[in-house]
Ligand binder design. Structure first.
Ligand code: ACO
Length: 366
């Protein structure tokens, strides 16, 4: 009997589903959407394989509104241990990635989620709502310091290793939780079960605000006091950090597979971006390790928005300088001071801004 007979592909074996009570059945649940993780190597190792079971199935069900998880592992046979070769302890492995509630008995989970949840709303406060096709979507936001936000984030943190390559989950217990804001994207629909609104989780984004250390002015530096006293106030907790200028960083951003490719990621990004554009303390909005899909989405969203602003549209290449007949190459093809002023006004980080500006200017040339 080879090892391969006992080895399962973890990405195919794990099935994540969003479920809700079923109107047509006394006890059953209906599945709203299900999908496989894209990656499992941070959990099950580089080979993304699980050893020790036949016909292994790992079902991770979530109640669609509050994302209460439930893990259900089934198999036809378990490998009889031989010395050091033992079947993987799946529950033990997943304990590092799921909250305790996920390990509840499946029947208790089903009973819990069949309770009337009408009137439930996502944690935090409603930021905006919009229509997309035949769906109504809402974005809610709250601080990680809010226990309901914290609980929801804790439940979905496994989506980071599942879908964001190289992504790191947040330490939800960290003391400066208030510097994290979490945006939740939900579909809101009229429930046939309770006749009221029903919420279906569609995605989320976490945002962190860094205190921005601004270089002291020459006068401040020369007396060396003003800046130190500001720092002391912060360290002593006598000064509210939220009043200080900050760099705001989008840390994790995810739309769940059944909602992807419908323009919702772009919408969520725009909501987060516009929120911080209006936030007086935010000096710049950055993104932590964006992947190619996120970059593509953000380039299009930033370009669309910037093209609605007169200052950005006024930026142009001085084409008369492009092909000099003689003499040194011209330096002032673009009004750099004007470009920098637009960048600062719209709080976009330099690399991103100049990439988008280049796309814009090139499209004008062709
Ligand atoms: N590959 C390449 N381009 C993409 C992809 C992709 N997988 N997804 C979206 N885009 C681009 C396309 O140009 C798309 O335009 P189209 O309408 O012509 O296809 C545009 O982005 C807008 O797409 P949306 O439908 O608004 O994006 P979606 O709702 O699918 O969300 C996202 C995009 C967030 C990347 C989603 O696919 C996702 O959550 N993926 C898994 C997790 C992930 O990769 N998150 C980002 C990690 S980086 C970070 O967290 C900071």
């Amino acid at each position: 009997m080879s090892h391969d007979d006992w080895t399962a592909n973890a990405n195919q074996t794990v099935v994540v589903s969003l479920v809700a009570p079923n109107t047509n059945s006394e006890s059953g649940l209906r599945t709203i959407g299900s999908f496989h993780p894209k990656f499992t190597y941070p959990i099950f190792g580089d080979d993304e394989a699980i050893f020790g079971y036949r016909k292994l199935q790992i079902e991770l069900r979530y109640s669609a509104w509050d994302m209460r998880p439930n893990l259900n592992i089934s198999y036809s046979k378990k490998f009889p241990g031989q010395g050091d070769t033992q079947a993987a302890d799946i529950k033990e492995i997943l304990h590092d990635f799921l909250p305790e509630v996920a390990f509840q008995n499946p029947r208790d989970f089903e009973a819990a989620i069949r309770q009337d949840h009408s009137g439930w709303t996502p944690p935090g406060k409603l930021v905006t709502s919009f229509d997309s096709g035949d769906k109504r979507l809402e974005v809610w936001k709250g601080s990680l310091g809010d226990p309901t936000v914290n609980q929801l984030l804790r439940r979905i943190q496994i989506f980071v290793p599942f879908f964001i390559e190289g992504g790191t989950a947040i330490d939800v217990d960290e003391p400066d939780a208030d510097r994290w804001t979490v945006y939740f994207l939900y579909e809101e629909k009229k429930s046939t079960e309770f006749g009221k609104s029903e919420y279906i989780f569609a995605g989320y984004s976490t945002v962190y605000r860094f205190f921005l250390y601004q270089k002291p002015t020459i006068t401040e530096a020369s007396n060396g006091q003003q800046d130190q006293s500001k720092k002391d106030l912060v360290l002593n907790g006598d000064f509210d950090l939220s009043d200080l200028p900050c760099r705001t960083r989008i840390s994790q951003f995810l739309v769940i597979p059944s909602f992807q490719g419908k323009g919702l990621g772009s919408k969520l990004y725009n909501v987060v971006y516009q929120d911080y554009l209006q936030h007086p303390q935010t000096v710049e909005i950055t993104v932590e390790d964006p992947n190619e899909a996120f970059d593509d989405m953000r380039d299009i969203a930033d370009l669309r928005f910037l093209r609605t602003t007169p200052e950005f549209n006024a930026l142009h290449l001085n084409t008369s300088l492009l092909i000099p007949k003689s003499g040194p190459a011209p330096k002032d093809i673009l009004d750099n001071a004007a470009a920098e002023a637009v960048r600062r006004k719209y709080k976009i980080a330099p690399r991103q801004f100049y990439r988008v500006l280049e796309m814009h200017l090139m499209s004008k040339l062709s």
